[in-house]
Design a protein. Structure first.
Length: 352
């Protein structure tokens, strides 16, 4: 199992794997931009399709909307690669909350039967220097991930979003979890809650967007009541302005609950991972918020191997060395009406 902590490194590894493909490439992504990064990768997939490799691409219709009328998309389809946009809707439907969800927030690449990549990295030039995570999967977890894509593709090709309620597969070294909300089950959310409810001494969560649903808030509060230390690593800034306002509006609440809250400083923290005690960890596309845990399609890896968990725990400590404790030094300087928006957003998030 190999981890990538920088987008550029992961993109290079994924491109190299695709270059070596001989039979098939399956790619699922929330954001691919019509920029140098997106064009280069889609151009590579188009070239492999012309060489006879079977290429299937699932892109989120909202996250990758800049591609909808792009020249590179037209060229990719002409190459023989198959492209499906997940949850395609007319533009006017995007302004209606009910018409926007679910989205596929997954970030996955499968090459032949030899390489599978999973994580939180999208493909856009402006994300090049973000702190992010991708992992190269092996063994039963990789097999489950490929099977999940096959099920997703079959359903999307039939015009369905219902999908399998969730794909679970792997072993103690790594379990692949996918949840498709239309199926009515949320195995990823349930696995996280179960780990928190049985935690003994520490819960470490890293995410750019921490707007936990009620069940997660309750589980964390109960864990703290048992003496479990709760540490949150959030991002000082993200690319979503309203999310930043809500994050900073909620900081006081987390501090009053005596959570250890730190804000990552060097760049955007886009990685999403959790380490609970010394024997459970997860990473992938899932933020710890209502959108990811309830509404969207998400794909994560759950790890129980002590060495892998220790590696992610060490990475959490390393990330914290580049963060500041929430307090006066991390206050977001905004105008009063922006602070009001943040407070209103915080109230809404707490009602979910």
């Amino acid at each position: 199992m190999k981890f990538y902590l920088k987008s550029a490194d992961a993109w290079a590894a994924m491109a190299q794997a695709c270059e070596q493909a001989t039979t098939c490439i399956d790619f699922e992504q929330y954001i691919v931009r019509d920029d140098e990064v997106g064009q280069r990768f889609l151009g590579l997939l188009a070239r492999k399709a012309r060489e006879g490799v079977k290429v299937r691409i699932v892109l989120d219709a909202f996250g990758s909307r800049t591609l909808l009328t792009s020249k590179i998309l037209e060229e990719t389809r002409k190459s023989g690669a198959k492209v499906i946009f997940y949850h395609m809707r007319k533009p006017r439907r995007f302004v209606r909350i009910g018409g926007l969800f679910p989205r596929t927030h997954a970030k996955l690449l499968h090459v032949d039967d030899s390489a599978t990549y999973l994580g939180s990295m999208c493909m856009a030039e402006y994300m090049r220097h973000w702190r992010d995570t991708m992992v190269a999967l092996e063994g039963p977890a990789a097999i489950a991930a490929r099977r999940d894509f096959d099920v997703l593709w079959r359903d999307l090709d039939d015009g369905q979003l219902d999908g399998d309620p969730g794909i679970i597969g792997g072993n103690r070294g790594g379990v692949y979890l996918a949840q498709n909300p239309k199926g009515g089950q949320r195995p990823l959310y349930e696995a996280l809650l179960a780990a928190i409810m049985t935690s003994r001494h520490s819960i470490r969560l890293a995410t750019p967007y921490f707007f936990p649903p009620k069940r997660l808030r309750r589980a964390l509060k109960d864990a703290q009541g048992r003496g479990v230390k709760i540490s949150l690593l959030l991002s000082q800034h993200t690319d979503v302005a309203i999310a930043d306002l809500i994050t900073h509006a909620l900081l006081g609440q987390w501090r009053r609950l005596d959570y250890d809250v730190r804000l990552y400083q060097p760049t955007v923290l886009h990685a999403k991972y959790a380490v609970i005690d010394d024997d459970w960890a997860t990473l992938g596309s899932c933020n710890f918020d209502h959108l990811s845990l309830i509404l969207n399609r998400e794909c994560n890896l759950v790890m129980r191997d002590a060495d892998d968990v220790a590696l992610l725990a060490a990475q959490f400590e390393e990330d914290c060395r580049h963060a500041l404790p929430a307090g006066s030094a991390t206050v977001l300087r905004t105008r009063w009406h922006h602070r009001l928006v943040g407070r209103l957003g915080a109230m809404i998030s707490q009602a979910l």
